[in-house]
Design a protein around this ligand. Sequence first.
Ligand SMILES: [Zn+2]
Ligand SMILES: [Zn+2]
Length: 199
Amino acid sequence: MPLKTLAEYESLAVQAHGHLCAGQILGLRLAMHGIQLLGIDDPTGKDRKRLVTYVEIDRCAADAITVVTGCRLGKRALKFRDFGKVAATFCDLAENRAVRVLALESSRQIAAERYPGIADRNAQQMAAYRELSDAELFDHQWVRVNIGPEDLPGYRAPRAICAACGESVSFRREVQIDGRILCRACAGERYYEPTEPRP
Ligand SMILES: [Zn+2]
Ligand SMILES: [Zn+2]
C-alpha cells in the first residue's frame, strides 16, 4: 500500500490524536516529505522494517509523524529527542541514509499573506499547511545517524539484574560503574523519588 493522500492521513490522524489541528497537518506533510525524499513508498507495509524516525518535539506534529511512518515507540522505531523543534529525521536502514526535515517559521508569514480572507489563525494555518509547497513549508538536509545495534528495532540481549535495586534490565540498558551492574535509575538517571507511603 503506497503513500496515502493527505486527506486519508488526516482521517487516520484524527483517530490517533483525537482531533485535527494545524500541527497534525504540518506533521503529516513533514513525514510525507521525508519519506518521499528517501524514496520509500510503503512505510507501513512492505517497507515497515526499513524506517527509524527521530522526532524533536512532543506536540501534535509528533503523533501525525507516527501515523505516516508507522514508527512507534513499542517497535523501537520511534526515537524522541526533546529539542523543541518541529523537525524529524527519517532513517532508511536499507539504503543507509537519512534526511532531517525542519518546518520553516517563514511558512506562518506566507500563510498570512496567501489567505488574508481567513481571519481565524488556526483555520488559516490549516489551509496553508494543506496547500503550500514542500519548499515553502520545509527545509531538509541529508544527515548521518549512528544508530547503535541496541537501538535498532530487532535487537535482543540477555537480561541483567541491577546490583542496587534488584530490578531486571533488558536490551543492554544496564550500565557498569566501578565493576557493578546497575540500572540507569540507580546509576543516577532516576526521574522519580520514592514517596512511600502513598502521599
Ligand atoms: Zn493537536
Ligand atoms: Zn537499580
